[in-house]
Design a protein around this ligand. Sequence first.
Ligand code: F6R
Ligand code: ZN
Length: 181
Amino acid sequence: MPVTVDFTTGRLNGSAVAESSRNLADLAGVFLDEAARQALPPNQLAYRVQLYLPVPEGTQGGLFWGNTFIEPGLVGDEYFMTKGHFHAQRDRAEYYTTVQGHGALILMDEAGHTWHEVMHPGSVHYIPGRTAHRVANTGDTVLSFLACWPSDAGHDYETIVNQGFGARMRAVNGKPELIPN
Ligand code: F6R
Ligand code: ZN
């Protein structure tokens, strides 16, 4: 069965599509207010990822495709977001394209300098190599985006677990603001 994408929702269809999800229980230590995270239901869905991996992980010259769906919500005053990562092969780049909803692509270079790009339906984001990336849902509906990256990029979550990003996307008077740590 061929793989298709529904451009109204961002949903990927086809038997070759794999799916994974992250609940708040999977995101220990990700948010600033850990007590607020623990006060929320651990089985609350934070985000889902659909993956189309047509070649084995690590293949040089191949490409992967992934669709991410982030639920709306806050942990304390911080928007629901992905864990975020550098690519293990540091120079590997990636494209993100927003389908539905509103959010922020938070980017960080290897020196910890952190900035963001606003995500809205149709926005295209080039993530250069050596740049950690994470997405926060700053709206009140599901945020969905498409991603395409090299199949030999790999993922380094560890550096983010240990060092975090240099800033966080937090609600200030109901509006998103990137606030340095
Ligand atoms: C792949 C990529 C995305 C993310 C996805 C979930 O390189 O950047 O497909 O993997 O948005 O975010 P993480 O992987 O940070 O939990
Ligand atoms: Zn990535």
